[in-house]
Design a binder for this molecule. Structure first.
Ligand code: HGA
Length: 608
C-alpha cells in the first residue's frame, strides 16, 4: 500500500514520476503528490484524490527538474487530504515520501515540537522530514542524517528523500516495506514496485531489509543493515509490457479474469514431466525438505487465505497430511504450538503482505522449512522462504484478486501432489489428477462463456443490500471467495456459510431481498445441499445455483440454475470461482463503483 516513485536523470523527471504514480495507483488512491528539484529549489504539488487530480494540477503548474520523488497514498495516519498527502517537507530543504507506519511517531513528534518544529499534517510521516532537517542542521551530512533518522524510527517503512543542497541525489531506505531500484543508463530510479518503472527500465535491484541506498544519475551505492557497502544483484524483468495494460478490456479486473485459461496453464505446464509433478520446480532443496514433512501450517490473508482453506481439503482429504490454515494477523499475535516436522506455507500475491511476512519471520527458527506460493519474483516472501513456487499469473493490477487466486490453487494442488507422494497419494492417483489438470484451461474458457448470462443475473443484485453465499466441501471456501469479491467491489454486504450451517442461524435472514448464491458440488454431499436449497426457497429467498448438468438441480420459481460444464471433482473449486468473479464484476459495473480501485482498499497490503 502507498506507492513511492523517485528519479534522478539528466532529463526532466516529472513525466516519469507521474507515469510511475499511475502504475502504482493500485496501491493507494486517496491523494497524490510530487516534489521536484529544479537545480535550485524543491517545488512540491499535492492533491487530494486520484493521480489524475495531480496530473490536472500539473497541467496548470508544471514541475520541471532532474531529480524528484512522488507518492500515491493509502492513508493510515490522518485523513485523505492535501495537507496529509506526501511528499512531506521540513521547511523548504528536505522532502520525503514514505510507505508504512512509524510506530513511535507520537513520542518523536513531542520531542520535535519541544525543539521548535511545527507540524502541518496529522501523518506519522512528517516526523521523518523534521528529523532529517534536525540532523542536517546539527552538522550531519545528507546520508548520515538518513541513517541516523532511520535508526530512530520504529515500525515498517520504505522512504525516498531529496534535499535541496544535494543536487541530483536521491536517498532510499527499506525496512519492512518493499522498495526496488530501477537501473537506467545515465539515470536511476526507485519505486515500491518495478511495474512503476517499466517505461524507463527493465533492470532492477531489490533492496533488502535494512538497506539504505544513495542514487545519482550514474551511481548507486547500497549499505546493508550493518552499514557495510554491498552489491545487490541486478535482475531483468521478463513480462511483456502489455501485461500492465488493459488492452481491449474496460477494467483490469475483467482482463485478469479472462487471462485465467492462459495463466492457470502457465502455473502448471512447465512443472509436469511424464504426467507427474516435477518437484524440482519447488527448488533444489525441495526433496530432502518434503521427505521430513509431518504436517503443514498455511498462513495467508484475504483471498489467499481462501486458497489455503481449499488446500486443507486437498492436503488432508487426498494426501492424508495434517494441515492447519490461519489468517496471518491472528497467527502472528497468539502463542502458537509448532510441532516437529512443520512445513510453513505462506500464500501471497505480492509477497509483501505485512502480516504474512511477519508470521514467517516469527516462526522461522521453529519450523522445518518454509515454502511460499507467490506471484511476484524477488519479493520479500520469495527471498525469505526456503522454497518457492511462483504462481506465474503475471502482474495483477485490479485490487480485487482474480487470476492470482486461481493460480494459487493450481500451485497448491501441485504442492499437495508432491508432498502427498510421501503420504497417501499413489502414482496412479497423481497421474489421474495431473491428467485432469490438463483440462483446466478449456474448462475455464467454457465457464467464461457464461459471461452474458451472468451479466443478466447481476441485475438481481444491483439494488440489494445483502446476499448470502453457500457451499459445501471445497466449494465452501469458494463461496467465501465469491462473497469477498462482491463485498470488495460492489459494496454489497455478502456473507458465506457452509450450506449445512444455514439452519443454525443465517436462515433467519432469508427473505425476498436476500439473494442466495450457491455453488453446488458434484459429490456425495449434493443431496444434502439440495435439502438446504429447499429451505431457502420455502422462505421466499431467491436462489442462484451454479451447478453442472449432472447435478439435476432444476430451475423453477425463485430458483435460477446456471449450468456449469461438467468436470473432474478436483477442478471444481478452481472453475467455480470464475462465475463468481464475473458476478461481482457485473454487479459492480451496474452499480457504477470503481471496479479496479474500490473505495478504502488498495493492493499489496504492506501495512498491518
Ligand atoms: N503512514 C503514512 C503512509 C501510509 C502507507 O504507507 N499506507 O500503505 C500515511 O498515512 O501517510
Amino acid at each position: 500500500m502507498c506507492g513511492i516513485v523517485g528519479a534522478t536523470a539528466e532529463r526532466s523527471v516529472s513525466g516519469i514520476l507521474l507515469e510511475g504514480l499511475r502504475r502504482l495507483e493500485y496501491r493507494g488512491y486517496d491523494s497524490a503528490g510530487m516534489a521536484v528539484w529544479d537545480g535550485e529549489l524543491i517545488h512540491r504539488l499535492r492533491r487530494e484524490g486520484k493521480v489524475q487530480a495531480l496530473a490536472d494540477a500539473l497541467d496548470g503548474q508544471p514541475l520541471t527538474g532532474s531529480a524528484g520523488i512522488a507518492h500515491t497514498r493509502w492513508a493510515t495516519h490522518g485523513k485523505p487530504s492535501e495537507h496529509n498527502a506526501h511528499p512531506h517537507m521540513s521547511g523548504t530543504s528536505v522532502a520525503v515520501v514514505h510507505n508504512g507506519i512509524i510506530e513511535n511517531f507520537e513520542e518523536l513528534k513531542s520531542e520535535l515540537m519541544i525543539s521548535g518544529y511545527n507540524f502541518s499534517s496529522q501523518t506519522d510521516t512528517e516526523v521523518i522530514a523534521h528529523l532529517l532537517d534536525q540532523a542536517i542542521k546539527s552538522g550531519a551530512d545528507h546520508l548520515s542524517a538518513v541513517k541516523d533518522t532511520v535508526a530512530s524510527l520504529d515500525g515498517a517503512f520504505a522512504l525516498g528523500v531529496i534535499h535541496e543542497d544535494k543536487p541530483g541525489e536521491l536517498i532510499a531506505a527499506r525496512q519492512g516495506s518493499p522498495l526496488v531500484i530501477g537501473v537506467g543508463i545515465g539515470e536511476n530510479f526507485i519505486a515500491s514496485d518495478q511495474l512503476a518503472l517499466l517505461p524507463v527500465t527493465d533492470r532492477f535491484m531489490f533492496l533488502e531489509e535494512g538497506d539504505i541506498a544513495h542514487l545519482t544519475r550514474d551511481e548507486i551505492t547500497v549499505w546493508d543493515i550493518n552499514g557495510e557497502i554491498v552489491e545487490r544483484e541486478v535482475t531483468q524483468y521478463k513480462h511483456a509490457t502489455s501485461a500492465t495494460e488493459k488492452g481491449k478490456f474496460k477494467h483490469f479486473m475483467m482482463k485478469e479474469i479472462y487471462e485465467q485459461p492462459t495463466v492457470t496453464l502457465a502455473a502448471f505446464q512447465d512443472r509436469i514431466q511424464d504426467a507427474l509433478v516435477n518437484e524440482r520446480a519447488f527448488g533444489e532443496q525441495a526433496a530432502p525438505i518434503f521427505d521430513q514433512v509431518k504436517q503443514i501450517q498455511i498462513i495467508a490473508c484475504g483471498t489467499s487465505y481462501h486458497a489455503g482453506l481449499i488446500a486443507k481439503y486437498w492436503m488432508e482429504g487426498l494426501a492424508g497430511i495434517p494441515c492447519h490454515v490461519e489468517v496471518a494477523s491472528e497467527y502472528r499475535y497468539r502463542p502458537v504450538v509448532i510441532q516437529e516436522g512443520t512445513l510453513f506455507i505462506s500464500i501471497s500475491q505480492s509477497g509483501e503482505t505485512a502480516d504474512t511476512l511477519a508470521a514467517l519471520r516469527d516462526v522461522k527458527d521453529q519450523i522445518l522449512a518454509s515454502l511460499t506460493i507467490c506471484n511476484v519474483p524477488g519479493s520479500s516472501l520469495v527471498r525469505e522462504s526456503d522454497l518457492c513456487l511462483m504462481t506465474n499469473a503475471g502482474p495483477e493490477i485490479g485490487v480485487a484478486s482474480t487470476k492470482a487466486f486461481t493460480t494459487q490453487l493450481v500451485c497448491l494442488l501441485l504442492t499437495t501432489l508432491v508432498i502427498g507422494r510421501r503420504f497417501k497419494i499413489t502414482e496412479a492417483l497423481e497421474r489421474q489428477i495431473v491428467e485432469s489438470m490438463m483440462l483446466l484451461p478449456a474448462l475455464i474458457e467454457e465457464s467464461l462463456q457464461m459471461d452474458s448470462d451472468i451479466e443478466l443475473m447481476s441485475q438481481a443484485f444491483a439494488e440489494k443490500q445483502h446476499s448470502l453465499f453457500l457451499g459445501r466441501g471445497t466449494l465452501y471456501p469458494i463461496a467465501m471467495e465469491g462473497a469477498l469479491k462482491l463485498k470488495e467491489i460492489s459494496y454489497i454486504h455478502a456473507e458465506a456459510y457452509p450450506a449445512g450451517e444455514l439452519k443454525h442461524g443465517p436462515l433467519a435472514l432469508v427473505d425476498k431481498d436476500m439473494p442466495v448464491v450457491t455453488v453446488a458440488p458434484r459429490n456425495d454431499m449434493l443431496d444434502k445441499l439440495k435439502a438446504n436449497l429447499q429451505e431457502v426457497s420455502a422462505r421466499g429467498g431467491e436462489l442462484f445455483v451454479f451447478a453442472g448438468c449432472t447435478q439435476k438441480v432444476q430451475s423453477g420459481e425463485g430458483v435460477h440454475v446456471l449450468g456449469m460444464p461438467d468436470m473432474p471433482e478436483i477442478l471444481e473449486p478452481i472453475v467455480y470461482t470464475i462465475p463468481l468473479q464475473l458476478l461481482s464484476y457485473h454487479v459492480a459495473v451496474l452499480k457504477g463503483t470503481d471496479v479496479d480501485q474500490p473505495r478504502n482498499l488498495a493492493k499489496s497490503v504492506t501495512v498491518e
